[in-house]
Design a protein. Structure first.
Length: 587
């Protein structure tokens, strides 16, 4: 929106402050007019000035105070008094009302006409304070709800949608005709973009009797997105819009459907995997967000410590054999496998993957997606892959005896195979294969290692502080595992701030448990040992468990005690007694 009066005030301030020249200011104004932007937005967008430079110069020259909106709690009475469409249109955030005076946060000067509109339509006298534009946008979402302006404008455009008679079938028919409405399209785009900007991996859209629930999975934990109550009127058109994007049937609501689509942001393209499921009050939808850029994660980026990284590199340089990565769904197994492939990918190697589905594109790797509808399974794909002369094969998951046996025989014929299993720890991988029906001697002769992993959340660096409330039993277990004096152990936590959405965590890393199939363990397999016996034997040979690697992360100050306790089980085979403890330095 081009505002000549506001632009003139801003130009005068910036020229007087020496940030731009008068000659440059004229060119910037013309360019901003062509882009239909105000001067403030144009200067920031093109990197000519930073938002902080503009705010500081305005504050100095106009004698206005600067407000940190993130630290300000705004009363609900203020939000109720100022309509969202008014605040959003004029790009300000109402902060307080005292008597007849409305304090509002702005990022650029308001022109006289805007001030007059506030007086006329709100009956309040405006008092301006300055704030960062990004903070104003976040505050509008926080207090009015995500996409509240878009929803309000749709409702204003078609007041009949304010009423809902409970007749879902009648409502659906009307919505399907309107599903391509550009306002609904914008609403869906805003939700997807918001999820991406918040680092969400999944979007959950859930129907209930009187409301619609929207949640984002961030760092492995679901968090409610702040949607205005009126959003429930648009759940069905939103579902229809997303179905159209992903080539799903908008008329089929009784059966689950799966689809995919690609959307573009200014950073990169995003691959969206859409899944719908019929629920009691409508359709539930989950959208998985995946980057379409090539996967280039290095082993060091996964969270491997120096010892585990060395062991990993030794394993993936093998000429043959199988390496199984184990863990529950969502524990990062596929990312680890891609990192391994990236590490060994070279022009001299033929690498083929067979997955369900292909999650990331890798340059130089032939990637195949299975199709159960066409009876193209992992086992069928493996049979055909061998005709393409591969050196290295990645199988997305070993689910049955047939796939397991083909993968094992492939490894025995001189191929390096990577795959995944769903087990609780590394030792359970052995018993899982034997339970499937694989002969123990085949497991012993083909498998090089089982690698268990879990994802743990990282402490937010912006609100990190020492945790003094750790129970003595936990501190003692940590010290015993790390072979240190309990008094030297320091534990940290996140207090919770705006950067981490008050969770105390920001980002995730992985902890690992690498069980190398040495001769001692291979010799045990003929007796079909329990997973506990295998685990104890591996620990006697120096294997660090998930719990032990987790305690190392706690001692290093990168995660919390609660995270480690949540993702790992207690080791029932203990480290040496406290008489052998050494200082914590050097961990």
């Amino acid at each position: 929106m081009y505002k000549p009066v506001a632009n003139k005030i801003l130009v005068d301030v910036l020229v007087k402050s020496g940030l731009i020249s008068s000659q440059d200011a004229h060119a910037y104004i013309q360019a901003a007019r062509q882009e239909h932007k105000n001067l403030n937005s144009y200067l920031i967008r093109h990197g000519i000035l930073t938002e902080r430079e503009i705010i500081d110069s305005l504050a100095k020259e106009l004698n206005l105070s600067v407000l940190e909106l993130k630290e300000k709690e705004i009363p609900q009475a203020v939000i109720d008094r100022v309509p969202v469409k008014f605040a959003s249109f004029y790009k300000f955030m109402p902060v307080a009302i005292e008597g007849n005076e409305l304090t509002l946060a702005i990022s650029s000067p308001l022109d006289v006409r805007t001030e007059d509109d506030i007086r006329v339509y709100l009956g309040l006298e405006p008092r301006e304070v300055l704030a960062m534009r990004s903070d104003i946008d976040e505050a509008l979402k926080k207090y009015y709800g995500l996409a509240s302006d878009t929803i309000d404008r749709i409702l204003t455009k078609d007041p009949a949608k304010r009423k809902f008679d409970g007749n879902q079938e009648a409502w659906v028919e009307d919505i399907e005709k309107r599903s391509e409405d550009p306002s609904v399209t914008k609403l869906v785009n805003q939700i997807i973009l918001e999820a991406y900007q918040k680092r969400a991996t999944d979007i959950h859209i859930e129907p209930y009797r009187e409301r619609m629930r929207l949640r984002y999975r961030i760092d492995g934990v679901l968090m409610d997105a702040n949607l205005p109550p009126e959003a429930r009127h648009f759940m069905l058109p939103m579902i229809s819009r997303i179905k159209i994007m992903s080539n799903l049937s908008i008329t089929e609501k009784r059966l689950p459907q799966d689809g995919s689509t690609v959307v573009r942001t200014k950073d990169q393209d995003l691959d969206l995997r859409i899944s719908t499921m019929p629920a009691l009050r409508g359709e539930s939808m989950v959208i998985r967000i995946l980057p379409t850029k090539s996967m280039r994660t290095k082993l060091e980026d996964l969270g491997l410590n120096q010892s585990n990284a060395r062991k990993f590199r030794e394993l993936i340089q093998s000429s043959h054999g199988i390496i199984f990565v184990t863990g529950p769904t969502g524990s990062g197994k596929t990312t680890t496998l891609y990192a391994c492939l990236h590490e060994i990918n070279s022009p001299g190697q033929k690498i083929i993957t067979i997955e369900d589905p292909v999650e990331y594109e890798m340059d130089g790797v032939t990637q195949i997606a299975i199709s159960p509808k066409l009876n193209f399974s992992f086992a069928e794909g493996l049979r055909n892959i061998l005709r393409h002369d591969p050196d290295i094969i990645m199988v997305g998951e070993v689910r049955d005896l047939e796939t397991a046996e083909i993968a094992i025989r492939t490894a025995l014929t001189g191929h390096l195979v990577f795959s995944t299993l769903h087990t609780n720890d590394a030792a359970s991988g052995i018993t899982r294969l034997i339970d499937m029906g694989v002969e123990p001697y085949l497991v012993a002769s083909s498998v090089e290692a089982f690698v268990a992993q879990r994802l743990i959340r990282l402490i937010c660096p912006h609100c990190k502080e020492e945790d003094t409330k750790v129970p003595d039993t936990v501190r003692h277990e940590m010290a015993q595992s790390l072979k240190v004096d309990p008094e030297t152990v320091r534990v940290y936590r996140g207090r919770g701030c705006d950067v981490c959405n008050k969770t105390g965590y920001y980002g995730r890393t992985a902890i690992y448990e690498i069980l190398h199939m040495n001769e001692a363990i291979r010799g045990m397999l003929t007796a079909k040992p329990s997973s506990e016996r295998v685990k104890h034997a591996a620990m006697r040979n120096g294997m660090a468990t998930l719990r032990q690697n987790g305690w190392q992360c706690v001692a290093a100050g990168i995660t919390t005690v609660e995270e480690v306790l949540f993702v790992s089980s207690k080791d029932d085979w203990h480290a040496p007694s406290l008489e052998t403890l050494t200082p914590v330095a050097g961990i």
